[in-house]
Design a protein around this ligand. Structure first.
Ligand code: GLA
Length: 387
């Protein structure tokens, strides 16, 4: 007999925390992973991003437990935490995404009483597909429902981002949490990260497909240079502000002034990426509307080159995969997400992925001894209650 995700989570909760109130009080939720078509490392520089949710999801079961502590269970780590403390857990690091949401919710004056929560999922971890943001947004949404916080999807995203920034310790932008909270079927979101204005765009290129290749180089943003990049962007912004005090974000800077504001070599490279990405995002949206996959693919390669050479968040393995894809005349490819490993987003004609991937996988294995994986996906919807 195959058990449903709901049954597995319900059974795990009753096995782990024996004295539970009746099962019918359990509610089920799920939150997706995400891809990003273009607009990488610009969401903390006020740029526009163009992400979408995918049909890899984190599933959560939650209920009030009528006590003054939280009982949390990770099905995938087969590990539990029974606590009323909101301290960062060095041991159960998976629990911090949940405790972080509770801690930030309380800071905002929202009521969080005792609850039970179990979760599982199929979003590959450390692959740049935002599995941790999915846990945060799934938790924020679930708690908002069971404690009747009545938050909007935008507020759920902001609460989850502050959990990541202030509790987990990664100074991420708003892209991941926002798309996971607000995504719709078959659509990308064009999100202006300065104003949080957004709109939906259909991702429809008949005869062409997007897929992912996982380099299997695990990134951990906490230990990576992600926070350094953010500081470099901030120091470049400050220098621009000295001559343009009205400037709010690096994304709005005047590219003609790149050489006249006294940037260091590093700051100049970071700024060039941010400003280059500004036009690539516009171009991609235009190519998508014109149903021009060739133009779109070219922008993906240009984005990768800029992430690798100017923003320096790629690595030998992801560069290798993108180079191999290019040499096989694949339409477009680039690393996505925070970088330093993780997944490559690929755009190509339908029906080619099998043969391209099997050749590439062999080459990649002999170069790095790593088993790359291919993920096919559909564009999916954001966090939801699964009734
Ligand atoms: C990570 C962060 C996002 C964003 C991307 C890079 O996924 O969580 O906020 O900065 O990296 O675009």
């Amino acid at each position: 007999m195959t058990l449903s995700v709901k049954e597995i989570l319900a059974q795990s909760l009753s096995r782990t925390f024996q004295d539970l109130p009746d099962q019918s009080s359990l509610r089920f939720f799920s939150a997706p992973g995400r891809i990003n078509i273009i607009g990488e490392h610009v969401d903390y520089a006020g740029g526009t991003v163009f992400p979408a949710a995918i049909d890899f999801r984190v599933h959560l079961a939650a209920r009030k437990n009528g006590r003054d502590y939280f009982r949390i269970y990770s099905q995938d780590f087969q590990s539990e935490l029974n606590t009323n403390s909101l301290e960062y857990s060095e041991k159960e690091t998976w629990a911090n995404y949940i405790l972080g949401v509770v801690s930030e919710a309380r800071k905002k004056g929202l009521t969080v009483d005792g609850f039970d929560l179990a979760f599982t999922g199929n979003i590959p971890q450390g692959a740049g597909l935002s599995s941790s943001a999915a846990v945060e947004v799934g938790t924020a949404y679930a708690l908002s429902q069971i404690f009747s916080w009545d938050l909007s999807r935008e507020e759920i995203a902001l609460l989850s981002q502050s959990a990541e920034n202030h509790f987990v310790g990664v100074n991420c932008g708003i892209m991941d949490q926002f798309v996971i909270a607000t995504a719709k079927h078959s659509s990308c979101i064009s999100l202006d990260t300065a104003s949080l204005a957004y709109s939906y765009h259909s991702l429809d290129l008949p005869g062409f497909e997007f897929y992912l290749i996982d380099s299997k180089v695990k990134h951990n943003l906490k230990e990576s240079e992600y926070n350094d990049r953010r500081r470099e962007v901030e120091s470049a912004t400050e220098k621009f502000k000295k001559i343009s005090p009205e400037l709010q974000n690096l994304s709005d800077a005047d590219s003609e002034k790149l050489n006249s504001v006294g940037l260091t070599e590093i700051e100049r490279k970071r700024a060039e990426h941010i400003l280059g990405e500004r036009s690539r995002v516009r171009n991609v949206i235009r190519f998508l509307e014109a149903k021009d996959p060739i133009g779109l693919g070219r922008e993906l390669y240009l984005c990768h080159q800029s992430l690798s050479e100017k923003f320096e968040v790629s690595c030998a393995e992801t560069d290798f995969i993108v180079r191999e894809l290019y040499s096989r005349n694949v339409l477009g490819a680039r690393m996505i997400g925070g970088g330093f490993g993780g997944c490559i987003l690929v755009l190509d004609k339908e029906g080619r992925s099998e043969s391209v991937f099997s050749e590439l996988q062999k080459e990649y294995f002999s170069a790095f001894g790593l088993e790359a994986k291919i993920y096919r996906f559909r564009i999916s919807e954001g966090v939801r209650e699964d009734t």
